[in-house]
Design a protein around this ligand. Structure first.
Ligand code: IYR
Length: 230
């Protein structure tokens, strides 16, 4: 009896799965193909238009990020959407300062060689041109109002998956993105006034591509080069 009461009291609240959809096999194949082909059109761009984008689109894309699977559903992420011109300028100037050091000595030659096909350098005008920068933070632990800490699990995996959802959602909506990782990134805590338990994960540049935007002529590995079937 006692065991029964205990079990009943600690049983998590489960609800019927009502959101799952199964498709007939041919429709499934078509959907898989369409989704892949749509994602394959996505390109990282480094030339952004200054045209404004609807804030509601950013909000819905962030909602998509927020439903990502994650460790113990503790949702260890925080997103700072930067649309303010002065803040963007500050981020650009600080990022460029770090990148100058990176490209002029900090980066080993092997790294610079790997980046050569992308044509990147220390100049980051897109950090001001693009209407939105989304600074993605990983919450290394949760902080309760009374100061106690809540342990977070699989933080990198969780935030990486959420970022993937975000990038896919923005692409799906018709916006271009650039996954920018100024190194080191800790200046973002200061500039964006985020607490120390939040570790900058990535700076996502979001907007329309500039008119006549060009991208590097690079390609992806073939399926057989990335997959082993057993
Ligand atoms: N953070 C630098 C360098 C850089 C590093 C990698 I790995 C890239 O894929 C691209 C750039 C920069 O943003 O220029």
């Amino acid at each position: 009896m006692r065991v029964g009461v205990f079990f009943h009291m600690t049983r998590p609240n489960f609800i019927p799965l009502t959101t799952y959809r199964e498709y007939p096999p041919t429709e499934m194949e078509q959907r898989a193909r369409d989704f892949y082909q749509n994602l394959a059109r996505r390109r990282t761009v480094r030339e952004f238009s200054t045209r404004p984008v609807p804030r509601a689109v950013i909000a819905d894309a962030l909602r998509a990020a927020g439903v990502a699977p994650n460790g113990a559903n503790l949702q260890p992420w925080h997103f700072v959407v930067v649309g303010d011109a002065a803040l963007k300028k500050k981020i650009r100037l600080t990022a460029e300062q770090e990148e100058r050091a990176f490209y002029n000595g900090r980066a080993p030659q092997e790294w610079l060689d790997a980046l050569a096909p992308l044509g990147t350098d220390e100049h980051k005008p897109f950090l001001e041109d693009a209407p939105y920068l989304i600074a993605i933070f990983a919450e290394t632990y949760g902080a309760l109002p009374d100061g106690r800490r809540v342990k977070h699990y699989y933080v990198n995996e969780s935030v990486g998956i959420a970022t993937g959802f975000l990038i896919a959602a923005l692409h799906h909506a018709g916006l271009a993105t650039l996954t920018h990782t100024p190194s080191p990134m800790n200046f973002l805590n200061e500039v964006l006034e985020r607490p120390i338990q939040e570790r900058p994960f990535l700076l996502l540049v979001v907007g329309y591509p500039a008119e006549n935007c060009h991208v590097p002529d690079i390609s992806k590995k073939a399926l057989d080069d990335i997959v082993t079937w057993k």
